[in-house]
Design a protein around this ligand. Structure first.
Ligand code: G3P
Length: 215
């Protein structure tokens, strides 16, 4: 299972990279805006730090605009993936770019039929948003299960990025279902490493050893 980090924060990316856990990065306009500063410079820096795919999202909503922006974004590094919203124009743009050899990640996917279109046009990645579906009382992970099944049925090559991950349970379920990738916020990556019994156990080991050492 590949781990992408869902952030535009350079410090978080560098820290997660040191842990050896990062296979790629996903950003979106909200994450970029949160960082402030020059978004193009941030994007270029991310592409330098990380060897794996870096998803950079277009802001245009029409086909021509998306293609124009994509052609600029790919100049930031050989690992750029163009993130495109799941709309009719977005599907056209993704289809077009993939045929030019530019990988795309179709984002804001909330239904199986949307994911079916993404697989059918041969986009490199599809991003179902599990947390936002949970927020409205639906089951985000159920959608991921269905996409995995349908992509298997038709041998689609599109990789599934479980996105809008909010907690470790989402990651656990994504791994059990067999999603290719989870894109995870840094705070959730940190939580994956911890367990209260690990902390209690470690404290006990050290205090037991200190007792003997002190005797
Ligand atoms: O990868 C998509 C993600 O950034 C959205 O997450 O928590 O804003 O729904 P969230």
């Amino acid at each position: 299972m590949k781990f992408f980090i869902d952030t535009a924060n350079i410090k978080e990316i560098e820290e997660a990279k040191k842990m050896g856990l990062i296979d790629g990065v996903t950003t979106n306009p909200s994450l970029m805006a949160k960082e402030g500063g020059n978004v193009n410079e941030i994007a270029k820096k991310i592409c330098e730090i990380v060897d794996g795919p870096v998803s950079l999202e277009v802001l245009a909503t029409d086909f021509e605009g998306m293609i124009k922006e994509a052609r600029e974004l790919v100049k930031f590094g050989p690992n750029v993936v163009i993130k495109i919203p799941m709309t009719e124009e977005g599907i056209k743009a993704s289809y077009f770019l993939e045929r030019e050899g530019i990988p795309t990640n179709v984002t804001l996917v909330f239904s199986l039929n949307q994911a079916l279109l993404v697989g059918k046009i041969g986009a490199s990645y599809v991003s179902p948003f599990v947390g936002r579906l949970d927020d409205i009382g639906e089951r985000g992970m159920k959608l991921v299960e269905e996409i995995v099944q349908v992509y298997k049925n038709y041998n689609f090559k599109t990789e599934i990025i479980v996105a809008s991950i909010r907690h470790p349970e989402h990651v656990r379920q994504a791994a059990l279902i067999g999603a290719h990738i989870a894109t995870i916020p840094f705070k959730v990556i940190k939580k994956l490493a911890s367990h209260p019994l690990t902390d209690i156990g470690l404290e006990k080991f050290l205090s037991d050893f200190q007792k003997v050492k002190g005797a």
